[in-house]
Design a protein around this ligand. Structure first.
Ligand SMILES: C[S@@+](CC[C@H](N)C(=O)[O-])C[C@H]1O[C@@H](n2cnc3c(N)ncnc32)[C@H](O)[C@@H]1O
Length: 196
């Protein structure tokens, strides 16, 4: 089922993409500058939104998604290299990137804490972290529902957890939070943070 999800990701996500994700990507990504790291690029859905980045290194560990990412990278306005790697072990020198971007990815990364520490390592001091994620909701009954659904959801949706507390992980990794924005009753979270 996980591989079905990966293969048909763009089609399955179509309605959510048009209604929720596209406006957020359009708001967050075009102004990102410099050397950019994208975590878990999936099918490369963010690539058309980069307009001012000097270059993007996009890591994606899943082969089917990586292949689609590589095709989209060839059509992008800015140079994008798609790399086979997981966020927990990044094949880059320390202090390499001006910005790191993750969209709908910290739900899926098996070890988000280690991943965020690694991202901080490869980001320059003063570098920016931009995330758009779905997270565990504050409302207790909804949060419990997310806990309950997660084991089955994970199996169907390529390892996606519905109940991650991504903001806490970002803070624990040592990033300084500049701005947060909650959407759809706290289901979605935008974080802009800095590597101090
Ligand atoms: C739900 S998709 C999101 C794709 C894309 N970022 C988007 O906005 O649509 C989650 C992605 O995280 C990737 N992923 C899974 N484990 C990962 C890891 N350890 N490091 C980086 N990415 C990972 C998956 O392969 C998948 O492409």
């Amino acid at each position: 089922m996980g591989s079905f999800f990966n293969r048909y990701y763009d089609r399955l996500m179509g309605p959510v993409e048009r209604r929720i994700c596209h406006p957020v990507r359009e708001r967050l990504l075009p102004q990102i500058r410099g050397a950019v790291l994208e975590i878990g690029s999936g099918t490369g859905v963010n690539f058309p939104y980069y307009r001012q980045a000097d270059r993007v290194a996009a890591i994606e560990p899943e082969p089917v998604m990586r292949e689609v990412s590589a095709k989209r990278a060839r059509q992008s306005r800015v140079p994008i290299e798609v790399i086979d790697a997981g966020a927990e072990r990044l094949p880059f020198e320390s202090d390499t990137f001006d910005a790191a971007v993750g969209t709908l990815v910290f739900c899926t990364i098996p070890d988000p804490k280690t991943a965020l520490e690694e991202i901080r390592r490869v980001c320059k001091p003063g570098g920016t972290l931009v995330l758009f994620e779905h997270v565990k909701m504050d409302q207790p009954a909804l949060g419990k529902l997310q806990d309950w659904l997660t084991p089955a959801w994970k199996r169907m949706c390529g390892g996606c957890h519905l109940n991650r507390n991504t903001l806490q992980h970002v803070e624990q990794a040592g990033f300084r939070i500049r701005r947060t924005e909650r959407m759809y009753k706290n289901l979605f979270l935008i974080v802009e943070a800095e590597n101090p």
